[in-house]
Design a protein around this ligand. Structure first.
Ligand code: IMP
Length: 193
Protein backbone atom coordinates (compact mmCIF):
# COMPACT_ATOMS: atom_id res chain seq x y z
CA UNK A 1 0.00 0.00 0.00
CA UNK A 2 1.29 3.50 -0.83
CA UNK A 3 2.01 5.57 2.26
CA UNK A 4 2.00 9.35 2.55
CA UNK A 5 5.27 11.12 3.32
CA UNK A 6 5.21 14.85 4.13
CA UNK A 7 8.27 16.72 2.88
CA UNK A 8 9.55 19.25 5.44
CA UNK A 9 9.97 22.02 2.89
CA UNK A 10 7.81 24.76 1.42
CA UNK A 11 9.83 24.58 -1.78
CA UNK A 12 8.04 22.79 -4.68
CA UNK A 13 11.44 22.38 -6.41
CA UNK A 14 12.72 20.31 -3.51
CA UNK A 15 9.52 18.24 -3.53
CA UNK A 16 10.04 17.45 -7.25
CA UNK A 17 13.67 16.53 -6.65
CA UNK A 18 12.77 14.20 -3.77
CA UNK A 19 9.99 12.69 -5.89
CA UNK A 20 12.55 11.82 -8.54
CA UNK A 21 14.82 10.16 -5.97
CA UNK A 22 11.98 8.25 -4.30
CA UNK A 23 10.18 7.06 -7.42
CA UNK A 24 8.99 3.47 -6.91
CA UNK A 25 9.81 3.60 -3.19
CA UNK A 26 6.19 2.93 -2.25
CA UNK A 27 5.68 6.44 -0.82
CA UNK A 28 3.59 9.36 -2.08
CA UNK A 29 5.18 12.72 -1.31
CA UNK A 30 3.37 15.91 -0.37
CA UNK A 31 4.46 19.42 0.74
CA UNK A 32 4.23 20.46 4.39
CA UNK A 33 1.48 22.95 5.32
CA UNK A 34 2.59 26.45 4.24
CA UNK A 35 1.94 28.06 7.64
CA UNK A 36 4.24 25.64 9.40
CA UNK A 37 7.67 27.36 9.66
CA UNK A 38 10.63 25.50 11.15
CA UNK A 39 13.85 27.25 12.07
CA UNK A 40 17.10 25.44 11.40
CA UNK A 41 18.57 25.96 14.87
CA UNK A 42 20.89 22.91 14.91
CA UNK A 43 24.69 23.02 14.72
CA UNK A 44 24.91 19.98 12.46
CA UNK A 45 23.22 18.74 9.29
CA UNK A 46 21.91 15.76 11.25
CA UNK A 47 20.39 17.91 13.98
CA UNK A 48 18.64 20.12 11.43
CA UNK A 49 17.32 17.25 9.30
CA UNK A 50 16.00 15.49 12.41
CA UNK A 51 14.36 18.53 13.94
CA UNK A 52 12.61 19.39 10.68
CA UNK A 53 11.34 15.84 10.07
CA UNK A 54 10.27 15.39 13.67
CA UNK A 55 8.34 18.66 13.94
CA UNK A 56 6.53 18.22 10.64
CA UNK A 57 5.55 14.66 11.60
CA UNK A 58 4.19 15.73 14.96
CA UNK A 59 2.21 18.68 13.60
CA UNK A 60 0.73 16.79 10.63
CA UNK A 61 0.37 13.39 12.33
CA UNK A 62 1.95 11.81 9.21
CA UNK A 63 5.30 10.27 8.29
CA UNK A 64 7.74 13.07 7.36
CA UNK A 65 11.05 13.43 5.51
CA UNK A 66 13.60 16.26 5.74
CA UNK A 67 17.05 16.88 4.38
CA UNK A 68 19.78 19.30 5.29
CA UNK A 69 22.86 19.89 3.22
CA UNK A 70 25.77 22.21 2.68
CA UNK A 71 29.36 22.73 1.66
CA UNK A 72 32.31 22.22 4.02
CA UNK A 73 35.67 23.66 3.02
CA UNK A 74 38.66 22.03 4.76
CA UNK A 75 40.86 25.15 4.93
CA UNK A 76 37.94 27.15 6.42
CA UNK A 77 37.45 24.62 9.22
CA UNK A 78 34.29 23.28 7.61
CA UNK A 79 32.66 26.65 6.79
CA UNK A 80 30.13 27.55 5.46
CA UNK A 81 28.68 24.20 6.66
CA UNK A 82 25.19 24.50 8.13
CA UNK A 83 25.29 28.21 7.19
CA UNK A 84 25.72 27.47 3.45
CA UNK A 85 22.29 28.86 2.53
CA UNK A 86 22.76 31.91 4.79
CA UNK A 87 26.30 32.83 3.65
CA UNK A 88 25.03 35.64 1.41
CA UNK A 89 21.81 36.88 -0.17
CA UNK A 90 22.22 35.31 -3.62
CA UNK A 91 24.17 32.39 -5.07
CA UNK A 92 26.58 34.90 -6.67
CA UNK A 93 27.18 36.63 -3.32
CA UNK A 94 27.67 33.33 -1.52
CA UNK A 95 30.22 32.19 -4.12
CA UNK A 96 32.04 35.54 -4.05
CA UNK A 97 32.29 35.44 -0.26
CA UNK A 98 33.62 31.90 -0.23
CA UNK A 99 36.25 32.67 -2.88
CA UNK A 100 37.27 35.82 -0.97
CA UNK A 101 37.65 33.95 2.31
CA UNK A 102 39.64 31.17 0.69
CA UNK A 103 41.85 33.67 -1.16
CA UNK A 104 44.99 32.04 -2.57
CA UNK A 105 44.93 29.15 -0.08
CA UNK A 106 46.58 26.15 -1.73
CA UNK A 107 44.44 23.56 0.03
CA UNK A 108 41.16 23.76 -1.95
CA UNK A 109 39.73 20.45 -0.63
CA UNK A 110 36.03 20.50 0.22
CA UNK A 111 32.97 18.31 0.51
CA UNK A 112 29.23 18.54 0.07
CA UNK A 113 27.27 16.74 2.78
CA UNK A 114 23.60 15.78 2.85
CA UNK A 115 21.68 14.19 5.70
CA UNK A 116 18.16 12.86 5.20
CA UNK A 117 15.93 11.94 8.14
CA UNK A 118 12.55 10.20 8.31
CA UNK A 119 10.19 10.56 11.27
CA UNK A 120 7.15 8.47 12.08
CA UNK A 121 3.86 10.24 12.89
CA UNK A 122 4.70 10.59 16.60
CA UNK A 123 7.90 12.48 15.71
CA UNK A 124 10.38 9.68 16.46
CA UNK A 125 13.25 9.51 13.98
CA UNK A 126 13.34 6.03 12.45
CA UNK A 127 15.79 6.44 9.57
CA UNK A 128 18.79 8.61 8.81
CA UNK A 129 21.23 8.55 5.93
CA UNK A 130 24.25 10.66 5.07
CA UNK A 131 25.93 11.20 1.72
CA UNK A 132 29.27 12.90 1.12
CA UNK A 133 30.88 14.05 -2.12
CA UNK A 134 34.52 15.22 -2.03
CA UNK A 135 35.88 17.81 -4.45
CA UNK A 136 37.91 21.00 -4.81
CA UNK A 137 37.04 24.69 -4.84
CA UNK A 138 38.10 26.39 -8.08
CA UNK A 139 39.41 29.99 -8.21
CA UNK A 140 36.56 31.06 -10.50
CA UNK A 141 33.13 29.65 -11.44
CA UNK A 142 32.79 27.17 -14.35
CA UNK A 143 29.56 25.97 -15.98
CA UNK A 144 25.99 27.18 -15.76
CA UNK A 145 23.91 24.18 -14.70
CA UNK A 146 22.80 23.29 -11.19
CA UNK A 147 22.43 25.76 -8.34
CA UNK A 148 24.17 27.15 -5.26
CA UNK A 149 27.90 26.52 -5.12
CA UNK A 150 27.87 24.12 -8.12
CA UNK A 151 30.01 26.32 -10.46
CA UNK A 152 33.00 26.37 -8.05
CA UNK A 153 32.80 22.74 -6.91
CA UNK A 154 35.15 20.64 -9.08
CA UNK A 155 35.22 16.83 -9.00
CA UNK A 156 38.70 15.74 -10.19
CA UNK A 157 37.64 12.15 -11.07
CA UNK A 158 35.15 13.54 -13.62
CA UNK A 159 37.19 16.62 -14.67
CA UNK A 160 33.97 18.64 -14.27
CA UNK A 161 32.32 21.03 -11.83
CA UNK A 162 28.84 20.13 -10.55
CA UNK A 163 27.57 22.96 -12.81
CA UNK A 164 29.09 21.28 -15.89
CA UNK A 165 27.56 17.86 -15.22
CA UNK A 166 24.34 16.45 -16.60
CA UNK A 167 21.63 16.06 -13.99
CA UNK A 168 22.04 12.28 -14.16
CA UNK A 169 25.80 12.40 -13.56
CA UNK A 170 25.49 14.86 -10.66
CA UNK A 171 22.75 12.72 -9.15
CA UNK A 172 24.84 9.55 -9.37
CA UNK A 173 27.82 10.99 -7.50
CA UNK A 174 26.38 13.82 -5.38
CA UNK A 175 25.98 13.94 -1.61
CA UNK A 176 22.18 14.06 -2.02
CA UNK A 177 22.11 11.19 -4.51
CA UNK A 178 24.20 9.03 -2.18
CA UNK A 179 22.09 9.84 0.90
CA UNK A 180 18.85 8.98 -0.90
CA UNK A 181 20.29 5.82 -2.43
CA UNK A 182 21.19 4.62 1.08
CA UNK A 183 17.70 5.38 2.32
CA UNK A 184 15.59 3.74 -0.39
CA UNK A 185 15.94 0.05 0.58
CA UNK A 186 14.97 0.86 4.17
CA UNK A 187 12.08 3.10 3.11
CA UNK A 188 10.75 0.31 0.88
CA UNK A 189 10.75 -2.08 3.83
CA UNK A 190 8.70 0.31 5.98
CA UNK A 191 6.17 0.93 3.19
CA UNK A 192 5.59 -2.81 2.90
CA UNK A 193 4.69 -3.16 6.60
P1 IMP B 1 19.30 23.40 2.58
O1 IMP B 1 19.75 21.98 2.60
O2 IMP B 1 18.05 23.59 1.79
O3 IMP B 1 19.25 23.97 3.96
O4 IMP B 1 20.37 24.29 1.80
C1 IMP B 1 21.70 24.02 1.79
C2 IMP B 1 22.51 25.05 1.00
O5 IMP B 1 23.75 24.39 0.71
C3 IMP B 1 21.92 25.46 -0.34
O6 IMP B 1 21.21 26.64 -0.27
C4 IMP B 1 23.19 25.65 -1.18
O7 IMP B 1 23.73 26.91 -0.96
C5 IMP B 1 24.14 24.62 -0.60
N1 IMP B 1 24.02 23.34 -1.34
C6 IMP B 1 23.49 22.17 -0.90
N2 IMP B 1 23.55 21.21 -1.84
C7 IMP B 1 24.10 21.80 -2.92
C8 IMP B 1 24.40 21.32 -4.25
O8 IMP B 1 24.15 20.18 -4.65
N3 IMP B 1 24.98 22.23 -5.06
C9 IMP B 1 25.26 23.50 -4.69
N4 IMP B 1 24.99 24.00 -3.50
C10 IMP B 1 24.40 23.15 -2.60
Amino acid sequence: MTKLLVVATGNPGKLREMQAYLENSGWELTLKPEELEIEETGNTFTANACLKASQVAQVTGQWAIADDSGLQVDALDGAPGVYSARYGKTDAERIARLLRELGNEVNRQAQFVCVVAIARPNGAIVLQAEGVCRGEILHAPRGDGGFGYDPIFYVPEKLLTFAEMTRELKRSISHRGKAFAALIPQLKKISEN
